[in-house]
Design a binder for this molecule. Structure first.
Ligand SMILES: [Fe+2]
Ligand SMILES: [Fe+2]
Length: 212
């Protein structure tokens, strides 16, 4: 199966990340790094969940097995950066993005597989876009890491788009439009919590909430 070549993340995102998010994230990068570590674990978990849900789809299983390993490797890299930069490992409440996006997805097939693949593609594309935006604003160690992660996540987004196309060659674009519109709202509307995939923090929005 072939993914479209060199598709930029912006090709499927319906709105760019607001500069207010970039400013806040560059300012509060230690909080973001903690959320980012969790995102990498979740990305591995998403790939594994798809493998379990569709065991008969061997091309998908093989491709996503590699993605899951790569995401766990990213988690280890983020964890190493956190240690090196003195960012503590704490519990953090998840933001609204993934939960709200998941609320859009169909829960049974036909439809569920396409929705899972397209939502994964959108999340990867948003990650790639934000790594590129953040890299020049971060301490050097993180900047280098984010530059390499941007390339990986862009490759993952292309892979998920390719899988979605193969599942629904005639319907994937229309469904992508609906999901991408919602994703764009979630990534741009003022948000109560600053997270890697959040909107910009709303006026008077709180700092990091630590659960103990
Ligand atoms: Fe990753
Ligand atoms: Fe990824």
């Amino acid at each position: 199966m072939t993914a479209p070549a060199a598709l930029p993340a912006a090709a499927i995102l319906r709105a760019p990340t607001p500069s207010a998010w970039v400013e806040a994230a560059a300012d509060r990068w230690p909080e973001l790094l903690l959320d980012h570590a969790n995102c990498e674990k979740k990305a591995a978990s998403t790939a594994l969940a798809l493998m379990f849900a569709y065991p008969e789809d061997q091309p998908l299983g093989l491709a996503l097995s590699r993605v899951a390993r790569e995401e766990l490797r990213h988690f280890e890299q983020v964890q190493a950066a956190m240690r090196a930069l003195g960012v503590p490992f704490t519990r953090q409440r998840p933001g609204r993005y993934a939960h709200a996006l998941r609320g859009m997805l169909r829960t049974s097939d036909p439809g569920r597989k396409l929705d899972l693949l397209l939502s994964a593609a959108l999340i990867e594309a948003r990650s790639a876009e934000r790594f590129v935006l953040l890299a020049p604003r971060l301490p050097e160690r993180l900047a280098r890491l984010y530059e390499t992660l941007a390339v990986s996540e862009a490759r993952h987004f292309e892979l998920y788009v390719g899988l979605a196309r193969s599942v629904a060659p005639n319907g994937w674009q229309q469904r992508l439009e609906a999901l991408a519109a919602r994703e764009a709202e979630l990534a741009t509307m003022p948000d109560r919590m600053l997270r890697f995939h959040s909107g910009p923090p709303q006026a008077g929005g709180g700092q990091l909430t630590i659960l103990t």
